[in-house]
Design a protein around this ligand. Structure first.
Ligand code: G3H
Ligand code: 13P
Ligand code: ZN
Length: 361
């Protein structure tokens, strides 16, 4: 079976110059859709579960679901990742249930709402890094608070995220601080803030550099060329999915997401993990709405969940291809957690700061 850690997968992505979409799941249909897409194009996958997903689906169900997917698709490397862990316990229990990677989001305090200070973020992230690396699991940290550069507002998504107004500098990761953060915590991947936010309502127009600060990514990559960068809130909120939802009775006001070409630009500058949930939610919702409107007498869930899965599969497959992951699964030989633990213990995976990737190899 091909479970892989985030670190090993993103090291491979950096070596071959591609990005890996990280798709959120809450149920079997979403898991099957992601793996079907990966199978079609031979792409490695990152599946992530939020705290909300873990309580919705139940840890035991999720554990067995991932086991089942790995058994069905033994040739596809699967990284199972905790999305937005709020404290050490969330991260530790994720690993206990078979996750190979965790995000310790110390940009917010344990309530997942209050912006945390830098020292707190370093302390809690480092504690999780120590614990995870002992067993070979990977850690993503976050520096900077997600929110809109258009409005200055933080974003609250199902109980996660700051609700009020933030200073402009809190919404943009400071490149010097990023260097210090990676050195102090030894995270395997770093999520940064540069104007993206969760959910469908990211921008009121097609974003330009004022509201989607891709230059921050480029600046951080210049200083940390060996650190894997993560873009959260990176759904593209495609117009056709907005149109399907609205055509079949939905009421989504016009909105814009993160254009795929901006993500592709990020991938050229160290972005290796791209978080996508909203696009898949929209794809499934559009397909279900269509069935309900066209066949109001239908009441067999399989009749609308199958088209919903198919719509999600199409989005996942498209992103795998657009981010360059197609054809990569068969090039990877996943290492077990125990082998990764030895590599950490030997100091092989410590951050390489201030040297070029080529010199580091
Ligand atoms: O972090 C945001 C993801 O879209 C997960 O959202 O907390 O509603 O599961 P959720
Ligand atoms: P979207 O809401 O843009 O899909 O972002 C998902 C995400 O960042 C999960 O951590
Ligand atoms: Zn996120």
């Amino acid at each position: 079976m091909a479970r892989i850690t985030l670190r090993q997968l993103l090291d491979h992505a950096a070596e071959y110059g591609y990005g890996v979409p990280a798709f959120n799941i809450n149920n079997m249909e979403q898991g099957l859709a992601i793996l079907e897409a990966a199978d079609k194009v031979d792409a490695p996958v990152i599946i992530q579960a939020s705290r909300g997903a873990r309580s919705y689906a139940n840890d035991i169900v999720l554990k067995h679901l991932i086991d089942a997917l790995a058994e069905m698709y033994p040739h596809i490397p699967i990284c199972m990742h905790q999305d937005h862990g709020n404290n050490e316990a969330t991260c530790a229990t994720a690993i206990q249930y078979g996750f190979t990677s965790v995000m310790m989001d110390g940009s917010l305090k344990a309530d997942a709402k209050t912006p945390a200070d830098y020292d707190y973020n370093v302390r809690v992230t480092k504690a999780v890094v120590d614990m995870a690396h002992w067993v070979g699991a990977s850690v993503e940290g976050e520096l900077g608070v997600l929110g809109s550069l258009e409005t200055g507002m933080g974003e609250k998504e199902d109980g996660h995220g700051f609700e009020g107004k933030l200073d402009h500098d809190q919404l943009l990761t400071d490149p010097d601080q990023a260097v210090d953060f990676v050195r102090a915590t030894e995270v395997d991947a770093l999520a940064i803030a540069m104007g993206t936010s969760h959910g469908a309502y990211k921008f009121t127009r097609k974003p330009d550099g004022d509201v989607l600060a891709m230059n921050v990514i480029e600046e951080i990559h210049r200083r940390l060329p060996n650190t894997h960068l993560v873009m959260h809130g990176s759904s593209s909120v495609p117009q056709d999915l907005q149109d399907i939802i609205n055509k079949y009775g939905g009421e989504m006001p016009q909105t814009w997401g993160v254009p795929v070409e901006e993500i592709q630009r990020g991938i050229k500058h160290g972005v290796r993990k791209i978080n996508i949930d909203t696009d898949n939610r929209m794809a499934m919702t559009g397909a279900i709405r269509k069935i309900f409107v066209e066949n109001p007498g239908e009441f067999d869930p399989r009749k609308y969940l199958k088209p919903a899965m198919e719509a999600m599969r199409a989005v996942c497959q498209q992103r795998m291809e657009e981010f360059g992951g197609a054809g990569m699964a068969s090039k990877i030989k996943p290492l077990p957690l125990s082998a990764m633990a030895k590599r950490y213990a030997a100091g092989e995976l410590a951050p390489k700061i201030g040297i070029t990737r080529q010199a580091a190899e």
